[in-house]
Design a protein around this ligand. Structure first.
Ligand code: AMP
Ligand code: GLY
Length: 427
C-alpha cells in the first residue's frame, strides 16, 4: 500500500513510525511532515488544509490510503472529497467530524443519546449570554462553538472573567466565526482522562486509557498548551472498565451517527472528566490525541495498517488488537517561551546518544532536518517516549533519555506521569 499521512506533529511522527513497520506498506509519504518523518518516509510540501492539492498528489502518486492526523482537514471535508475520487481515507466525513468542529453539535447528540456531560446553554446573542452569566454560580465554563486551536475554553472564576470571555469571543471575534456561537456550561470537578476508540462505522475497539498534561507548568500550572506529556495506561481508568465506559460515551454516538447515515470511521476520542457522579464527556475529538498517540503507538502491537483496513471495510470485529501490557510515557520537549513566543532554528544535539537506547523512541514534532542536522522548527520540538514494566520505569527511561538531548533554552516538565504513579502507590 502507498500511504499518505497528513500532519506535521509528534502524533504524525508516531503514526509514521508505526505504519513504516507494516508489511502491507510499500511507500510512505507525509504531508507536510517534520524532521522525524523525513527518515521514515518522504515529506511532501502540502498544507494540511489544501484539499485540492492533496487530492492531485494522491492521484498522481496512486495513493491507496490517506491517514489524517489533525482535525482541521476532517472538519473541512477531506474525507468527503477523497471519497468522491475513490481514495480511501482513515477519518470521519465532515458531518461526523462536527463532533469536534462544533461543540453545540456534540452537545446536542449527547443530549439526544443520553451521554453524560456538563449542563449547558447555547447563545448566539451577546446580551442574552451576559444576562445568563449574571444568574449563575462560579466557576463557569465559556466555550467557543467552533475550532479554536485548543484555546476556545475559558474557565471563568467570576462574572468579570466570564464577561471578558464573552466580549473576546462574541464581540471582538478573536476566533472569527468559531466564537460567534458560545456554550456556557457548568464546571465539572474530577480527573481528566483520554479514551480513544477505533471505529468502523458500526464496531468499535477501545485503546487503553491515557492521560495528557495540558498546562505548561509543573503541577498543572500556567497556560494551556497542545499537551506537555502523556502516558498510558492511566491507572484511574483500568482496562477492565474500558468496555463499560465505552458503552456510555462511545457506542451511543456511533449508533446514532450510523442511524443518521454518517457512519463514523476513524478514531473517536472522548475527553472525559471522571466525576463523583461517574464519567462525563468534556469534548469529543475525531482523531488521535497529540501527545496521547505517542505512548499508545508504543504499546500497540498489532499492525496499524491492518486495523485501519479493517475499519475501512467494516471488519473491525475480525481484529484481535494486541496491546503491550507495559506502560508508556511521553515527555514533550519544548522551546522556552511556548505556548507564547519562542525562537526557532536552534540546533538540536544529543539525538545520536539516544538513538539506540532500548525501549525509547524520540518522536519529532517541531523539527526540521538540514544537511544531516536537526533544528527546532516549532514550540513543541521532540517527544521522548519510553516503555517500562510500569509507569515508574517508563518515566525513568524517558527522563534519562531527555537529559541527553539539548538545544538552547530547552524546556520540559519534570512531573509527567506523577499523578498516575501516585495512584499506583496508593493502591
Ligand atoms: P475542551 O476543549 O472542551 O476539552 O476543553 C479544554 C479543557 O478545558 C478540558 O481539557 C478541561 O481541562 C477544561 N474543561 C472543559 N470543559 C470543562 C468543564 N465543563 N468543567 C471543567 N473543565 C472543563
Ligand atoms: N491531547 C489533546 C488533544 O489532542 O486534543
Amino acid at each position: 500500500m502507498k500511504v499518505l499521512i497528513i500532519g506535521s506533529g509528534g502524533r504524525e511522527d508516531a503514526l509514521a513510525w508505526k505504519i513504516s513497520q507494516s508489511p502491507l506498506l510499500t511507500k510512505l509519504y507525509i504531508a507536510p511532515g517534520n524532521g522525524g518523518t523525513a527518515s521514515k518516509g518522504t515529506n511532501v510540501a502540502l498544507e494540511v488544509n489544501d484539499i485540492p492539492q492533496i487530492i492531485s498528489f494522491c492521484q498522481k502518486e496512486k495513493i491507496d490510503l490517506v491517514v489524517v492526523g489533525p482535525e482541521l482537514p476532517l472538519v473541512l471535508g477531506i474525507q468527503d472529497a477523497l471519497d468522491k475520487e475513490h481514495i480511501p481515507c482513515f477519518g470521519p466525513n465532515s458531518f461526523a467530524a462536527q463532533l469536534e468542529g462544533s461543540k453545540s453539535f456534540a452537545k446536542e447528540i449527547m443530549l439526544k443519546t443520553g451521554v453524560p456531560t456538563a449542563k449547558f446553554q447555547i447563545f448566539t446573542d451577546y446580551e442574552q449570554a451576559l444576562s445568563f452569566v449574571q444568574t449563575q454560580n462560579f466557576p463557569l465554563v465559556i466555550k467557543a462553538d467552533g475550532l479554536a486551536a485548543g484555546k476556545g475554553v475559558v474557565i471563568a472564576k467570576n462574572p468579570a472573567q466570564a464577561k471578558k470571555a464573552l466580549i473576546d469571543f462574541m464581540q471582538n471575534k478573536i476566533f472569527g466565526q468559531a466564537g460567534e456561537k458560545v456554550l456556557i456550561e457548568e464546571a465539572l470537578v474530577g480527573e481528566e482522562v483520554s479514551f480513544l476508540a477505533f471505529c468502523d462505522g458500526q464496531n468499535v475497539t477501545y485503546l487503553p486509557s491515557s492521560q495528557d498534561h495540558k498546562r505548561i507548568g509543573e503541577h498543572d500550572t500556567g497556560p494551556n498548551t497542545g499537551g506537555m506529556g502523556a502516558y498510558s495506561p492511566a491507572p484511574i481508568l483500568a482496562d477492565k472498565d474500558l468496555e463499560y465506559i465505552g458503552n456510555i460515551v462511545i457506542k451511543p454516538i456511533i449508533n446514532e451517527l450510523q442511524k443518521q447515515g454518517h457512519p463514523f470511521v476513524g478514531i473517536l476520542y472522548a475527553g472525559l472528566m471522571l466525576t463523583s457522579e461517574g464519567p462525563k464527556v468534556l469534548e469529543y475529538n475525531v482523531r488521535f490525541g497529540d501527545p496521547e498517540c505517542q505512548p499508545l503507538m508504543l504499546r500497540l502491537k498489532t499492525d496499524l495498517l491492518e486495523i485501519i483496513q479493517a475499519c475501512l471495510t467494516q471488519k473491525l470485529n475480525h481484529i484481535q488488537m494486541e496491546i503491550d501490557p507495559k506502560s508508556a510515557l511521553c515527555v514533550v520537549i519544548a522551546a522556552k517561551g511556548y505556548p507564547q513566543k519562542y525562537p526557532k532554528g536552534m540546533e538540536i544535539s544529543g539525538l545520536d546518544k539516544v538513538k539506540n537506547l532500548s525501549d525509547v523512541i524520540i518522536f519529532h514534532a517541531g523539527t526540521k532536518q538540514e544537511n544531516g542536522k536537526y533544528y527546532t522548527n516549532g514550540g513543541r520540538v521532540l517527544n521522548v517516549t519510553a516503555l517500562g514494566k510500569n509507569l515508574i520505569e517508563a518515566k525513568k527511561k524517558a527522563y534519562e533519555a531527555a537529559k541527553r538531548i539539548s538545544f538552547p533554552n530547552m524546556y520540559y516538565r519534570k512531573d509527567i506521569g506523577d499523578k498516575g504513579i501516585a495512584k499506583l502507590e496508593k493502591n
